[in-house]
Design a protein around this ligand. Sequence first.
Ligand SMILES: Nc1ccn([C@@H]2O[C@H](COP(=O)(O)OP(=O)(O)OP(=O)(O)O)[C@@H](O)[C@H]2O)c(=O)n1
Ligand SMILES: C[C@](O)(CO)[C@H](O)COP(=O)(O)O
Length: 227
Amino acid sequence: MFYEVVIPAAGRGTRMKAAKNKLFIELAGKPIIAYTLEVFETDPECGGIILSINPAEEEMFQSIISEYKLKKVKKLVPGGKERQQSVFNGLKHIDENSIVLIHDGARPFIGHGLVRELADAAFQYGGAVTAVPVKDTIKKAKDKAVVETVERSSLWAVQTPQAFRVSTLIQAHERAEEEQFLGTDDASLLERIGEAVMIIEGNYDNLKITTPEDLYVAEAILHKTRT
Ligand SMILES: Nc1ccn([C@@H]2O[C@H](COP(=O)(O)OP(=O)(O)OP(=O)(O)O)[C@@H](O)[C@H]2O)c(=O)n1
Ligand SMILES: C[C@](O)(CO)[C@H](O)COP(=O)(O)O
């Protein structure tokens, strides 16, 4: 299934506590964002990439695009204050009759197989996310006092890519904006307006590089995939 992708890359990386956008941090000599972009660059089914960025970082992104010969990056658009706004800004540049994938710049370890499964599922159902079964016991708490233990068998830790029919996702974003709803992922915007979202089981390697210790894990995953 032919698709386009929006990559939100305009975050500040607050939790990484680095002096720069965490997407410029290098793993084995290559910036994190270059790994992420290369997955889509090398997938024949990907028609184009829209990158949402902080305009102050445009030169850095352009230099990575040129160094890694990323020809599918069609446009750099300004990101927003929140991830949701960065995605919405990118979405405005995607053909409304197609399938779009939304994928965090900070998740470099995805493969073509999963990407294609998601695009196919979005064509069939409207929305699809990749997720892994939750491994820990999850408790709800108020002021650190436990309120309840949530039944784990139905819990999934949701990742990106998330794939959608473009018209459905635009409608969901417009409604969220009108109603000032801010979600932590795009699928939640579909869920709240009653649109279907299917889960495609992914893998635990699809790490979102968020905090400093994630860099050690990322190096290990990279090493594993190269040996
Ligand atoms: N206003 C924002 C916030 C986040 N992102 C992007 O969304 C993805 C997931 O966000 P996260 O991992 O939370 O990144 P940051 O926002 O950079 O991190 P933090 O929340 O620690 O500041 C990242 O690729 C990030 O660049 C974005 O495009 N625009
Ligand atoms: C969309 C997401 O990757 C799903 O796991 C995640 O929620 C984005 O990161 P954030 O830390 O919530 O911005």
